[in-house]
Design a protein around this ligand. Structure first.
Ligand code: ZN
Length: 447
């Protein structure tokens, strides 16, 4: 395995540099190998995750790794690609008063196709069928789809047409080698050719549009003893709720930070004995998780967190929403629709800390009314009487700040950190600080 170690050495040093040498090379090497071999994520994803986990900025990584188009996520600042120009067109757009010619079209590689836009003149002309190596491109999301952008820092160079196999719609690149067994709790964004043994908890057929044509997708929730996850099957495997399957040759994508498993015609499905895993009822629970682990995973569906509410964020309490887009108004105005007559609502955005980390917990009107034991109408009346909406927020702060709580819901992540959309919550009497101490002691003991 020494040669693998040597291959990884420059990347270990790259991570080390990005973290200002504050983490030992041995630890980085151990983590990198675990991300690559246990979680089966790409080298690029692994490097970024490790840097993020230790509080560094992934953009400071110097050694870029080429990604497949399927691995791209919205909001990436610097990506390197090897792709084919599937189509390319010119158009004039108005930018800051002036007119400017840009290129737009479709990029393809063996994993998928994706739209691109070149905002600056390129050093090489692009034509359909060209294979290009792209460095320092960035990605955005437009109407739910990832788009690649070439900006002023982006370098585009042509490669031999044989450098890349052609993309065939609906057929992914066949996997090389044996699939790696992964537990649901260990699924990580970017993982590919993984094998999961799980029970289908629910499944439904949906129609979606792929490249302008309708396509059936079978999605739902599956689980093993370690957790639950959403899945999408891009082929009709005649999946049914309750059955226990071995799925080999699946891949992992994230939606708002929550890892989900997908599989298509490359996957092999084996039906197993139903008693191999606990019943649907026993699997369909919300596992208790530490926020540190949620941050490490990048989010999770339907989990339970216990911690202390340490602060209420701005926009908690009695708020007014835009009747058109539901955004919370600031000084009577919607960011998008200007001055509108706002509709009253109640919500709490609180910082929940469990000793391992913190997230923003969002409680909707129903939960907030239950916490306050007051209806929205009563809150409006007391705000009118006090001539300030602050009174509701103050009351919530008195009630919630420093309060131990157990909250259940989906945890998503973005640039602002982790956010839980709380489904159910209960105020606790337990000593969560003692629990957090125990966890830290446990960690130190195992190190
Ligand atoms: Zn609005």
């Amino acid at each position: 395995m020494n040669s693998v170690k040597e291959e990884l050495a420059p990347h270990v040093q790259d991570i080390n540099r990005a973290l200002g040498n504050k983490v030992s090379e041995q630890e980085i090497e151990r983590e990198l190998s675990s991300y690559l071999n246990v979680y089966r994520v790409s080298l690029d994803t692994a490097k970024r995750s490790i840097v993020k986990k230790h509080g560094g900025n992934p953009a400071t990584l110097a050694m870029g790794v080429s990604k497949t188009l399927r691995e791209l996520m919205p909001g990436e600042q610097s990506v390197n690609l090897l792709a084919r120009i599937v189509s390319v067109n010119e158009k004039d757009v108005t930018v800051e008063g002036g007119s400017k010619r840009i290129l737009y079209g479709i990029l393809g590689d063996p994993t998928t196709t994706i739209p691109f836009t070149a905002w600056e003149p390129l050093s090489v002309p692009l034509a359909k069928g060209d294979v290009v190596r792209v460095q320092n491109a960035y990605t955005k999301e437009y109407r739910g789809q990832v788009q690649v952008n070439f900006g002023s820092r982006t370098a585009v160079a042509k490669e031999a047409p044989t450098a890349l196999p052609e993309y065939k719609p609906g057929v992914g690149q066949p996997y090389v080698g044996k699939p790696t067994p992964v537990r649901v709790v260990d699924l990580r964004e970017g993982g590919s050719n993984v094998a999961v043994t799980a029970r289908i908890l629910s499944v439904e057929r949906r129609e979606v549009e792929v490249d302008g044509a309708p396509k059936a997708v079978f999605s739902g929730v599956l689980a093993d003893e370690t957790g639950k996850t959403q899945f999408s099957a891009w082929k009709d495997f005649t999946l049914e709720a309750d059955e226990v399957l071995r799925i080999e040759g699946a891949y992992v994508k994230s939606w708002r930070g929550i890892p989900q498993i997908s599989f298509d015609e490359r996957a092999t499905i084996t039906r197993l004995k139903p008693d191999l895993l606990p019943s649907s009822e026993r699997l369909n629970v919300s596992p208790r998780m530490w926020i540190e682990d949620l941050a490490d995973r990048g989010g999770a569906a339907d989990v339970t967190v216990r911690g202390i509410l340490i602060d209420l964020r701005e926009g908690s309490g009695l708020v007014y929403r835009c009747p058109e887009c539901r955004r919370v108004l600031r000084k009577g105005a919607c960011q998008l629709h200007g001055e509108v007559k706002g509709e009253p609502d109640l919500r709490v955005k609180a910082v929940l800390d469990d000793g391992s980390g913190a997230l923003t917990a969002v409680f909707d009107r129903e939960l907030t009314e239950a916490l306050l034991d007051k209806t929205l109408d009563i809150c409006i009346a007391s705000a009118k009487e006090a001539m300030s909406t602050e009174i509701v927020r103050d009351e919530l702060a008195d009630l919630l700040v420093a309060q131990p709580i157990e909250a259940r819901g989906n945890v998503t992540s973005d640039d602002y950190g982790l956010m839980m959309i709380v489904e159910t919550a209960k105020l606790l009497k337990v000593d969560v600080q003692a629990e957090a101490r125990e966890m830290l002691e446990g960690l130190e003991g195992s190190a």
